[in-house]
Write a protein that binds this ligand. Structure first.
Ligand code: EPU
Length: 419
């Protein structure tokens, strides 16, 4: 267990380099097992969710070679065996091995995945899609046994544009017989990144990034080199922070188009930004205006930035309403922000109100999930005095080198390992 200790109320100055996307990398690594030749993935973030996937690859018998941010995976001799529940539960993305192993072996046994407790997180859409492709799904307590004589391309309409289901079904369909069309597909940048990776291996996928993805099944996938797309949630997190205490903060190595919804919200809040081809420069304005936030699937405002944004809104003048439409349990940071002096109230599972500006004071708080943790790091950095964030391991799941990156721009922040 780790905790993060912050001495707040400093300005930040300098540049922050964004790492590869967590939510892309955690899908690319399981996708790599589809290939019987070596694949190399670069710009992989150094976060604990990747370590957990590494553990799964090793367990299955893949040969994994890691050098800096590049990982080479040779899955030619893996064994299709049940991954122990303890490892599966370490993260949500372990469920991408369902689609990948089903596609490769026509059989997979897997426990229900883990992940942050931000809602019930069912996987019914994944299973419905596997069934549509011809698989039989048996469920015994927490264990899923999915088998198919043959996976056959078909038309799948997702009831909701689920990121996980879209990726899992692409993985399952990539070697199916015939053509699969996923409609109402998710459009997030990581969907495109995964489709590009599969295409680099010889898959025939078109339409990724739109709501209709077409997959023509292929028999063989081959070796390739691929790069993880920059993390637009990490980008947005630092944009929010820079809007609060940035003297002049440049967020580098990004794709500005992926954070269009964040740029537009920050503009509404009154934050001036210089937007370059692969960077955004932000200096915090004197005053921030209250706004309403509604989380939506991409390209709408991302749920993964709702909690960091809540911290910013404690400093905005007036009443801000947050409408969280994706997850049922994503306001746990509000209670912690209130401990620090925020005027905020959770009204329902999907609605919260924040009234600002109000000076935050450093306190001992607890990260309840990854993005709640990010919300508290921002709060600690703008607060007077010392903030101690317990359960900081949640933060390390998704933000590469957060302490180092923030220290480099002037933050007084450190990580402490607890016994
Ligand atoms: N849903 C269902 N049934 C399903 C799948 C999803 O009802 O079979 C519902 C969920 O309960 C939720 C909504 O659909 O209400 C969205 O779920 P989605 O499947 O899109 O989310 P996910 O794939 O489980 C990924 C990210 C999350 C991010 C969401 C939404 C990964 C590993 N996780 O989760 O990231 O919030 O998409 O963008 O890619 C994070 O990074 O902090 C994080 C939680």
């Amino acid at each position: 267990m780790h905790r993060i200790i912050i001495e707040g109320n400093n300005t930040l100055n300098g540049s922050i380099k964004i790492s590869g996307s967590k939510n892309s990398a955690v899908a690319l690594i399981p996708a790599a097992v589809l290939c019987d030749e070596k694949v190399t993935i670069a710009n992989v973030p150094n976060i604990s969710d990747i370590d957990a996937l590494d553990e799964i690859l090793n367990y299955l018998g893949a040969i994994v070679d890691k050098k800096d941010d590049t990982i080479t995976i040779d899955s030619s001799k893996i064994e299709n065996k049940l991954i122990p529940e303890k490892i599966t539960k370490k993260l949500r993305a372990s469920y991408y091995f369902m689609g990948a192993l089903l596609s490769k072996y026509k059989k997979v046994e897997m426990y229900f995945p883990g992940g942050c407790a931000i809602g019930a997180r069912p996987i019914n859409l994944h299973l419905k899609g596997f069934k549509a492709l011809g698989a039989k799904v048996e469920e015994k307590d927490n264990l899923f046994i999915i088998t198919a004589d043959e996976l056959v391309g078909t038309k799948i309409n997702l009831d909701f544009a689920s990121v996980g289901a879209t990726i899992n079904l692409m993985l399952a369909a990539v070697k199916a017989t015939g053509t699969t069309v996923i409609s109402n597909a998710a459009k997030e940048p990581h969907i495109v990144n995964v489709a590009t990776f599969l295409n680099n291996m010889g898959a025939k996928i078109t339409g990724a990034g739109t709501s209709e993805i077409k997959i023509i099944g292929v028999k063989h996938l081959h070796s390739c080199f691929h790069e993880v797309v920059p993390d637009y949630i990490e980008t947005g997190t630092y944009m929010i922070l820079a809007s609060l205490i940035g003297k002049e903060v440049t967020i580098k190595n990004i794709i500005p188009d992926h954070v269009k919804s964040v740029i537009s919200k920050l503009e509404e809040i009154g934050v001036p930004m210089e937007i370059g081809v692969d960077f955004i420069k932000i200096s915090a304005p004197e005053k921030l205006k209250a706004v309403n936030i509604k989380t939506q699937v991409y390209p709408g405002f991302p749920t993964d930035l709702q909690q960091p944004m809540a911290t910013l809104l404690t400093q905005a003048k007036g009443k801000s309403m947050i409408n969280e439409t994706i997850w049922e349990n994503r306001f746990l940071n509000i209670a912690e922000l209130k401990k620090m002096g925020a005027t905020a109230e959770v009204i329902t599972n999907s609605k919260a109100v924040i009234v600002g500006p109000c000076k935050l004071k450093g306190k001992k708080v607890k990260a309840t999930d990854l993005r709640a943790g990010a919300s508290l790091v921002i709060a600690g950095l703008i607060a007077d005095g010392q903030t101690i964030i317990e359960n900081a391991d949640y933060i390390l799941r998704g933000y590469e080198g957060i302490v180092e990156k923030l220290s480099k721009v002037g933050a007084k922040i450190r990580l402490e390992k607890m016994d």
